[in-house]
Ligand binder design. Structure first.
Ligand code: P6P
Length: 336
């Protein structure tokens, strides 16, 4: 049915997904549709960045210790403003905010959202693709404003997850548990139209994606895996290295063309002993997307990302994610 209808919009698909769940109330549909609006607003601003004065630093330092770019601030405020009054969210977590974010009184709803408003923002000034990543859970508390416990749930409990990549075109990729679909924004009409129905990540990919500058600090099993990918051992070779330094861009390329992305543990820097990427709003949502697309997502000490119990909002986790064949091979090194 999906492929037959041309010009299907993301809002239409979200509604179709809702119809797959007989007990759906339309609340999740409301959250996703408000995210779509936020994505359109951010896309317009990102594409203006070269023209308007939003380039350069805003001077603030966020919890990650990174200089906050103005577009970061804009994207964060845009998503918070929409979510606080969408009526279906009870609490939020953002990469840009140290603490949890409440919603407007009277607008509390049944879901939570954790998001990275503009990941890869260090690439803004050099016109590299950047992205918004989001993760949605059902609340576990009864009513009223949500609690941190509502956010600190395992990735397997996500009801929806996805990202919006702002690149040569703006593409929204999401799953609500019934497959992964991609939609491309047509800025001339302000609509996301279905462009990638039922995305399946290739079983085996041509790319590996890792920052090799850190290889002296990797755990031995990680280095042995990467060395094996590059070796001329039986069946090996033929990989290309691709590392954009923007998680959403690296992930999206591998989702569409196949490959493996790694941000492993670091033996040298204590703050990166569990890697650099965040569980709640980077690893877990992308892990849901990749597993729905037939891929895998683990840590470089052999844990499944979606099974990890979060203990804090901004906890880091090593991320090995992509095509099943390469992640299986990586896992064999981690477990050896
Ligand atoms: P490194 C961008 O700052 C980011 O959070 C991700 O988008 C990206 O994958 C990673 O950091 C790149 O980190 O240490 O390789 O520069």
């Amino acid at each position: 049915m999906l492929e037959k209808r041309k010009g299907i919009t993301v809002s239409r698909q979200i509604m179709d997904d809702q119809l797959l769940h007989k007990d759906a109330t339309g609340a999740l549909t409301g959250v996703l549709n408000d995210l779509v609006v936020a994505g359109k607003i951010i896309s317009a601003e990102v594409n203006m960045a070269g023209l308007a004065d939003v380039l350069g630093q805003s001077g603030k330092i966020n919890i990650q210790g990174e200089t906050v770019q103005k577009l970061d601030v804009f994207a964060n405020q845009t998503i918070k403003r929409r979510m606080e009054q969408c009526g279906h969210i009870c609490i939020m977590a953002s990469e840009e905010d140290d603490e949890t974010i409440p919603v407007l009184d009277g607008y509390e709803g049944t879901y939570t959202i954790a998001f990275d408003p503009l990941d890869g923002s260090s690439n803004i000034d050099v016109n590299v693709s950047i992205g918004t990543i989001f993760s949605i859970h059902r609340r576990i508390s009864d009513s009223g404003q949500g609690t941190e416990a509502d956010l600190l749930q395992k990735g397997t409990k996500q009801v929806a997850a996805g990202y919006i990549i702002y690149g040569s075109s703006t593409v929204m990729v999401y799953t609500s548990g019934s497959g992964v679909h991609g939609f491309t924004l047509d800025p001339s009409v302000g609509e996301f139209f279905l462009s990638h129905p039922y995305i399946k990540i290739p079983e085996k990919g041509p790319y590996y994606s890792v920052n090799e500058a850190y290889s002296p600090f990797w755990h031995d099993s990680t280095r042995q895996f990467i060395d094996y990918l590059k070796s001329d051992a039986e069946g090996m070779g033929g990989y290309s290295a691709r590392y954009i330094g923007s998680l959403v861009a690296d992930f999206h390329r591998n989702l569409v063309k196949g490959g493996i992305f790694l941000y492993p543990r670091d033996k040298k820097s204590p703050e990166k002993s569990d890697g650099k990427l965040r569980l709640l709003y980077e690893a877990a949502p992308l892990a849901m997307v990749v597993e729905q697309a037939g891929g895998r997502a683990i840590t470089d000490d052999g844990r499944r990302i979606l099974d990890i119990e979060p203990t804090s909002l901004h906890q880091r986790v090593p991320l090995i994610i992509g095509s099943k064949e390469e992640v299986d091979l990586a896992e064999s090194f981690f477990k050896a």
